[in-house]
Write a protein that binds this ligand. Structure first.
Ligand SMILES: CCCCC/C=C\CCC/C=C/CC(=O)SCCNC(=O)CCNC(=O)[C@H](O)C(C)(C)COP(=O)(O)OP(=O)(O)OC[C@H]1O[C@@H](n2cnc3c(N)ncnc32)[C@H](O)[C@@H]1OP(=O)(O)O
Length: 282
């Protein structure tokens, strides 16, 4: 579905038009809301879980925006009330090996495309962001989260009987510090907004994250020269990305070996049943 949020009468932008055409087929839409500022909106009901096709599409959209020199700020948001993203689609974990490899490769690529974006990126979180949902937020440069206490954010993988991949654990360490990350990872803590702000997992709380993100983008971030923002990002992220590329194949093999273990598959099936039972109780 196409979101016609092109509320600013900017010049015709062929790249964005092309993206909108692509997006009409699937679950992300792209719109320029202010000169140089693009919304990337996730809308894959019920919970924006990252399936193979969703990861691929989000990546594809980001890659096209990267090439569009007229866009220098990306606001990543969801149009599903109460949800930013539920993280990886757990059903993907139960697929055959070939598909698992394709899935993880697409997820790795999404990390590269978002964490490695030269544009400034802001996560506008109006709802929960567990696990890989949190990865999307951590990959952005700035995180604005709703102050609604129902929303939660964090790396809860351990509660599924699995562990975050090393590069995601590293993102958490880079953001909140080693000790807090260590505790969060093994406990699988999902933080309420005030707690997330207190540990530095998010940068700001606001009752309207989209409005605040756009204000920040225009009134603050666009005033910093674009090339300086991009160069600063390179300083802090280049080393991590280089390491990631070196380890990418090993990471893929590690994922497939880990996730296909009988004990892990049993845990995952149990977790999916818990989710279904929770829904039936509502
Ligand atoms: C030693 C080193 C080892 C290295 C190993 C390497 C790699 C291992 C891989 C590890 C990476 C993992 C990253 C992940 O992202 S795992 C996914 C974690 N996500 C979650 O746990 C989120 C679970 N969901 C929720 O908590 C809630 O759904 C919610 C997001 C808070 C929303 O709640 P609510 O609005 O109440 O919605 P429901 O709970 O009723 O759900 C509606 C619907 O959606 C289904 N669903 C929810 N989340 C997922 C998901 N992540 N994947 C697939 N499906 C999901 C849920 O089952 C309902 O479905 P039905 O309508 O069909 O019943």
């Amino acid at each position: 579905m196409i979101r016609s949020a092109l509320s600013y009468p900017s010049k015709k932008n062929l790249v964005l038009q092309c993206l909108r055409r692509m997006s009409s087929l699937v679950s992300t839409s792209v719109s320029e809301v202010h000169p140089g500022v693009a919304h990337v909106t996730m809308h894959s009901p019920p919970v924006n879980s990252l399936s193979l096709s969703f990861c691929q599409e989000l990546s594809q959209n980001l890659q096209v925006i990267h090439k569009d020199k007229s866009i220098d700020i990306i606001l990543l948001q969801s149009d599903i009330p109460g949800i930013f993203s539920a993280g990886l689609d757990i059903k993907e974990f139960t697929q055959p090996k070939e598909r698992l490899m394709e899935f993880w490769t697409a997820f790795q690529q999404l990390y590269i495309d978002l964490y490695g974006a030269s544009q400034t990126t802001i996560a506008c979180m109006e709802g929960s962001a567990p696990a890989a949902g949190c990865m999307l937020a951590l990959s952005c440069d700035y995180r604005v989260m709703t102050s609604n206490t129902k929303a939660k954010i964090g790396l809860n993988e351990s509660l599924l009987g699995i562990a975050a991949p090393p590069w995601l654990a590293q993102q958490m360490m880079d953001t909140v510090g080693s000790r807090v990350a260590e505790l969060s990872l093994w406990r699988g803590t999902l933080y309420a907004p005030e707690q997330a702000l207190a540990i530095g997992l998010v940068d700001e709380l606001h009752e309207n994250p989209r409005e605040r993100a756009l204000e920040l983008a225009v009134a603050e971030f666009q005033k910093i020269p674009r090339q300086a923002r991009a160069a600063s990002k390179t300083l802090t992220r280049q080393k991590r990305l280089k390491h990631f590329h070196q380890e990418r194949q090993a990471d893929l093999e590690h994922f497939v070996n880990f996730i296909t273990q009988d004990a892990v598959q049993t845990q995952l099936r149990g977790y999916l049943q818990q989710l279904a039972a929770k829904k039936n109780k509502k």
